[in-house]
Design a binder for this molecule. Structure first.
Ligand code: ADP
Ligand code: MG
Length: 749
């Protein structure tokens, strides 16, 4: 390839920031302008219709025809005024990304009018808004296909507002966020189960809150709804699109299957929070502009640890919306990057030897009054509330660690989990020194050690009873130290689930987390009820008793040290914690009775839905690796080996011409290089033969688990062997000949 890429002087793309009378608008002024929000609906709809819509949405009721017809009409006019020609149900099949099928508003009226003429018009009915019918058999369904006759429905999720996105030629498209279910109502997507888990969590949390606050007051009112809050930190790489297009491994698999680490990569620690390259900043800010219009509250952007690695994070929102918004963010950035001749890589490990990317899910619980249940406030009553929810979450992780591990498993995330920059396959929770001390004090029925200055403000005595009036320091939220190595860390007023992969939808891991916590809250509530016995209300001692019980029960999964260390792997083993390194094993945790019974009992999954998920995940794992193996096979056969032969040939010719004018010892250097390359090329040919055979073997296995297992145990190691040999050649063969852009070009361009 021509090593000088014309793109080295790419012109800067100019993007107009929204202005009014020549003055730039404030971000808040155009926030959500492309969303058919409740506020917009209130303006566009007759008042009774709007009220009816709100009532039916909040109550989770079926929408009546009148209301949906009116909403559809108003949405169409609003969208068409903004250039919309088409509408689409936008949903989340189990592919990790979103799906859509666009229909235009154009209709032909078949009823002849009074003149007997057929005429054309634009329409959008309530029933078109509510549902459409894609062919479900073309989406992953994990063996449920036979039972539901290929028919599938996308149904508008009324809790998520419609929005418009740019279409071709200055037009736009109306998007209708939807769930995707089968003919029999089985969930075929990621969203349906997330909504179910949110409901289960809300129900369980409201019950617990009712029990500990039986007599609501104005200051401490009844909670009717609890929702999960989610703030998703998205990491990614941005590289030059021209260089990207020359690497079929990146194009096909999202990661480099070969490539040597350059002498300088991330060891100087100079990239994290560094100044963003102009073209990158320009692309990210254009994406932000579009996202702000879509009502996505993007907030943070910065350089990440590895060269060419970056992060975007929004302000947290209701989890069901935050999941949609993360998918939109990924999609918009992907599109906008193209305008800037950049390519965004969401793969968890695009480059070997430097950091991979994750998607930290900041997760908490909020009441319908906007109170964060994981905020360790200063008042004793809420203190118990905080502690009860805290131990319930620890208990969820304790019981369902394997399930949480399953939620983040994929062929791509396996390269990251347990590597030196990401939490390992052991799920533990980090609380920070101060909270740990508080839990230890409760466990040991002793006072909190107030030797540390920030505990001075806490009044505590030496007995259990005194313990109950101790308050958590309000400043705790600033004092929690950071443990960047923990897969599940308490960070002041929320948990941060860090092991989630950058490429995956957050829907599945959050669904599993919500479900596990819902079930654990039920268990804690039952323990409290048992403790209360015949008494009219719970006493503080009852609460402390239950809190202590769960502190002791869940102690094993609390870990404050370095999760990346070998010592932790050993300690976790003595604690009996599972260390699940690879995905096929992680997926089986979905079907462990402790997990599957819980998921089925809480109505998150039916038995067949769960089995189908398991099936789909295994199949996807095998397919991902097979595609990688075939890609590598092709690269080596058609790009690397031919170049190696050419290189050897040019050396041989060089030797001949050297020897035609000098004595033999002058061609020793060239001969040496040929000698070094010979065994490498022979090995490569041999490995390529093996991988071809193994790829065929996979096809002969029927059982999806055995297939995935075979793939993991055979294909991955041989791919690694091949990579080592290719990387050896990269070091020897002339830059002029090397057929692929190298790491230093991809990362430092
Ligand atoms: P970090 O320093 O780990 O990047 P930040 O304070 O920047 O953490 O926040 C990271 C994310 O956590 C942001 O998306 C933020 O909105 C989100 N977050 C903050 N509070 C909550 C909460 N109560 N629930 C869910 N997410 C939250
Ligand atoms: Mg981060």
């Amino acid at each position: 390839i021509n090593r000088i890429i014309d793109g080295y002087n790419r012109p800067n793309r100019v993007v107009e920031f929204p202005k009014k009378n020549g003055t730039p608008l404030y971000t808040s002024e155009f926030f959500g302008e492309n969303v058919f929000s409740l506020k917009t609906m209130a303006k566009c709809l007759p008042k009774p219709v709007y009220q009816q819509f709100i009532k039916q949405m909040r109550g989770g009721q079926v929408m009546d025809k009148n209301t949906t017809d009116s909403v559809a009409h108003a949405a169409r006019i609003w969208a068409m005024d903004r250039g919309a020609t088409h509408f689409t149900h936008w949903f989340q099949p189990q592919t990790g990304s979103t799906a859509e099928k666009q229909d235009s508003f154009l209709t032909i009226n078949n009823n002849f009018d009074s003149n007997g003429e057929i005429y054309q018009l634009d329409t959008f009915s309530g029933s078109q808004l509510l549902q459409s019918e894609p062919d479900a058999s073309s989406f992953p369904s994990g063996g449920m296909r036979s039972t539901f006759e290929a028919r599938g429905y996308t149904v508008w999720d009324t809790t998520s507002p419609m929005f418009i996105q740019p279409g071709p030629h200055g037009t736009s498209i109306l998007y209708i966020p939807s769930i995707f279910i089968s003919y029999n109502g089985e969930a075929l997507d990621e969203k349906t189960v997330l909504l179910r888990s949110s409901e289960a969590l809300s129900k369980a949390a409201v019950e617990l809150l009712k029990l500990i606050n039986p007599n609501p007051t104005d200051e401490n009112p009844h909670v009717t709804h609890v929702y999960t809050t989610l703030g998703v930190e998205q990491e990614f790489f941005l590289i030059d699109r021209g260089l990207y297009s020359l690497r079929s491994d990146l194009k096909i698999t999202g990661r480099t299957l070969v490539g040597r680490l350059p002498p300088k990569h991330q060891q100087m620690e100079d990239h994290y929070f560094g100044r963003m390259p102009t073209r990158v900043l320009s692309a990210i800010s254009e994406a932000e502009l579009e996202l702000i219009k879509l009502g996505v509250p993007v907030k943070t952007r910065h350089n990440e640890v590895a060269p060419s690695q970056f992060e975007m994070a929004p302000i947290f929102e209701d989890a069901t919306i935050a999941v949609d918004h993360n998918l939109l963010t990924m999609d918009v950035l992907h599109k906008v990057a193209h305008n800037h001749k950049l390519k965004v890589l969401y793969h968890e490990k695009p480059f070997k030897g430097i950091n991979g990317s994750g998607k930290h899910c900041n997760w908490s619980l909020s009441t319908n009054h906007g109170e964060n249940l994981l905020d360790p406030t200063s008042t004793p009553e809420t203190n118990y509330r905080f502690l009860l929810f805290l131990v319930a979450i620890l208990n969820a992780v304790h019981i369902h660690a394997g399930l949480l591990r399953a939620g983040i498993a994929s062929a791509s995330n396996d390269h990251r989990l347990g590597a030196n920059e990401a939490p390992p396959g052991i799920v533990s929770a980090f609380l920070g020194e101060h909270l740990t001390e508080i839990l230890n004090a409760i466990e040991e029925t002793r006072a909190i050690k107030s030797s540390e200055p920030h505990f001075e403000s806490i009044k505590v005595g030496g007995t259990v009873l005194d313990m109950k009036i101790s308050t958590l320091p309000e400043i705790l939220r600033d004092l929690t130290d950071r443990n960047r190595t923990s897969p599940f860390a308490f960070t002041g007023n929320k948990f941060e689930f860090r092991a989630v992969g950058s490429k995956q939808s957050t829907s599945f891991p959050v669904t599993l987390l919500n479900s596990a916590v819902a079930s654990s809250i039920q268990e804690v509530t039952e323990a409290l009820l048992k403790q209360k016995g015949d008494k009219p209300t719970l006493t503080d001692e009852d609460k402390i008793f239950v809190i202590r019980k769960y502190i002791i029960k869940t102690k094993n999964i609390r870990f404050e040290g370095d999760n990346y260390s070998e010592a932790w792997v050993k300690e976790a083993e003595t604690r009996g914690l599972p260390n699940i390194k690879k995905s096929p094993e992680a997926f089986t945790k979905l079907l462990d009775p402790v997990n599957s019974d819980m998921l089925i009992k809480n109505g998150i999954f039916t038995k067949s839905e769960l089995h189908s998920r398991h099936h789909i995940l295994l199949e996807k794992y095998t397919k991902d690796i097979l595609i990688e193996a075939r890609t590598l096979e092709a690269i080596v056969k058609t790009q690397i080996l031919p170049i190696a032969y050419e290189f050897r040939k040019s050396l041989a010719e060089g030797i001949k011409s050297i020897e035609s004018v000098c004595s033999k010892e002058h061609s020793v250097p060239e001969r040496n290089i040929i000698e070094i390359t010979t065994p490498i090329v022979i090995d490569l040919q041999k490995y390529i033969d093996s991988i071809t055979t193994m790829i065929k073997e996979v096809g002969k296995i029927d059982d999806p688990y055995k297939q995935a297992e075979y793939t993991e145990k055979n294909l991955l190691p041989i791919m690694e062997e091949i990579r080592i040999k290719v990387d050896n050649l990269e070091e020897l063969i002339s830059d002029k000949l090397w057929p692929l852009p190298k790491y230093n070009e991809l990362l430092f361009y």
